[in-house]
Every structure is written in C-alpha cells, then in structure tokens.
Design a protein around this ligand. Structure first.
Ligand SMILES: O=C(CO)[C@H](O)[C@H](O)COP(=O)(O)O
Length: 263
C-alpha cells in the first residue's frame, strides 16, 4: 500500500491566521493540508452595497479598503469556502502538499488559477466531469498538479474506473463518506468502506483518500479496508492533543498495511 498521508482539514480553521494554523498542523505531524473548495453564491444586494460603500469613502481616507462579504444561498453547500487567493497566500508560507478537493460543478474553470496559486493535488468530482475528465486530467497535469477524482457516498464505484484505466489515469481517488459540504452524517458508511476495499484490491498502489467522520474510533475500519490518505476534520481540530490523534491515525494505516487486511 502507498505511504500513509494524514491530511487535517483546513476549512474550519481561523482564516485570519491560516498560515500559522497550517504550520501548527504540520508541526503536529500532518503530511498534507486538506483544502475544501466549495462553490458559493454572492448575494447581489451585498455586492452592490459593498461597491457603493467603497465609492462613498473619500479616496485618500479610504483606509478601510474594500471588504466584500460572501454569503451562500444554501443551494450547493452551507459552509465557508477557500479559493485560489487563499491557496496562493498559504503557498507563500509553506511548501506543504496542498490537497485541494474541488466541490464545484465546473472544475475546469479552477485548474489554471489553482495551478498558478500553488495547489499540489486537484481532486474534482466524477459526477460533474463525465464528459470532460480526460481534458481535465491533462490540464491539471500540465499545471504541475496531481489529478484526483472524488465521489459522493452514493456514486457507483464503476463510475471512476474509466479514470483509472485510461491513458492518463488519475493518481488519487477521494471517497466521501459524507455528502460534500456536510459532516458527521454517515448514512452510507458500509457502502463507502466497500468502495475503498474494492478499489484497494484492484489498484494496490493507488492513493485512496477517505473524507468524513474519521477519528480514532473509525480509523481502523477505514485503514483495514485499504485507505492510505486520511482527511481529519473535527477529530484533529477539536483534539486537546492533535499530535497524538495524527500519530494514532498514521499508526492505524501503517498497521493495517502490515496486516494487509482489505476486509
Ligand atoms: O467538508 C467536509 C466534507 O465536505 C469535510 O471534509 C468533512 O466533513 C470532514 O470533517 P469531519 O472529519 O469532522 O467529519
């Protein structure tokens, strides 16, 4: 099995101090930093208000600068998002692997900005890329990023096979145990574990990442099924000893690999 990669979630961290939070996660033993990219809608009224406010302020005294507040309409997700500018500024502070998961309907639009910003991995959703995944993978690779494909809990595993068996295969499959944008709702847990297990048997050297509800109590099942990349949200963010949790997650993946139990 490929190397264990523990990837704490960066979404819920304090955005005003992301670089130092990232450094802390790496200090605690994180291998990757998992960046969730979600589509948001700007409320038009908010946009107009912000522009007007900016115009009203006298030019020389405009020390407040321009602050645009993004709101979401709940049509896609109900959480905060990270965009290319955040990746770019984080990249200035760290050489760490920035593991980007694009929960958007048009991932191709994000390839160039994310490549320029310094993203390391670019995982797009198979559900929205059935018609153009080949072009997408080529573009991701041409921008120096590692292509990955993500699937929602209910998506049939067969949907990702073409992306793994083709000429330019993706290098990682991200199995979501929760619906993108939401947490702690593992209605299809068993199905997801079976997906990981089937993938590991078929692709022994593939990076298989699992995202959603992973902490000390759930890791053994996922690791035994064959996952080697672990996204850890609340289990690390809420831990009093994050380093201990990260080390425990890694140990479970490494032990499972020694036992090679893909149950
Ligand atoms: O945003 C997400 C899914 O879209 C998170 O990656 C997911 O909820 C993980 O969090 P946790 O480990 O706390 O379940």
């Amino acid at each position: 099995m490929p190397t264990a990669r523990i990837a704490p979630l960066m979404l819920s961290l304090d955005f005003t101090n992301l670089a130092s939070k990232a450094r802390r996660k790496l200090h605690f033993g994180a291998d990757w930093l998992h960046m969730d990219i979600m589509l948001v809608y700007v409320h038009l009224v908010e946009l107009i208000f912000s522009i007007s406010l900016n115009n009203f302020l006298p030019k020389k005294k405009n020390l407040l600068g321009f602050m645009l507040v993004y709101l979401q309409d709940g049509r896609f997700v109900a959480n905060l998002t990270i965009g290319a500018p955040v990746i770019q500024s984080l990249r200035k502070h760290t050489k760490a692997y920035l593991d980007c998961h694009l929960m958007v309907t048009n991932p191709i639009d994000y390839v160039e900005p994310f490549g320029k910003a310094g993203a390391s991995g670019f995982a797009f959703h198979v559900e929205v890329s059935k018609d153009n995944w080949q072009e997408l993978v080529e573009q991701i690779m041409s921008k120096g990023m590692r292509p990955g494909v993500a699937l929602r809990p209910g998506t049939p595993i067969e949907d990702v096979y073409p992306l793994l068996d083709g000429e330019n295969p993706v290098e990682m499959v991200l199995v979501m145990t929760v619906e993108p944008g939401f947490g702690s709702c593992q209605k299809q847990w068993i199905r997801c574990i079976n997906t990981v297990c089937t993938l590991r048997k078929k692709y022994p050297s593939l990076d298989i990442e699992v995202d959603g509800g992973l902490g000390p109590s759930a890791i053994d099942v996922v690791a035994s099924a064959g996952a080697n990349c672990i996204v850890a949200g609340s289990s690390v963010l809420g831990a009093s000893e994050p380093a201990r949790v990260i080390s425990l997650l890694r140990k479970s993946v490494e032990e499972a690999d020694k036992g090679k139990i893909f149950a």
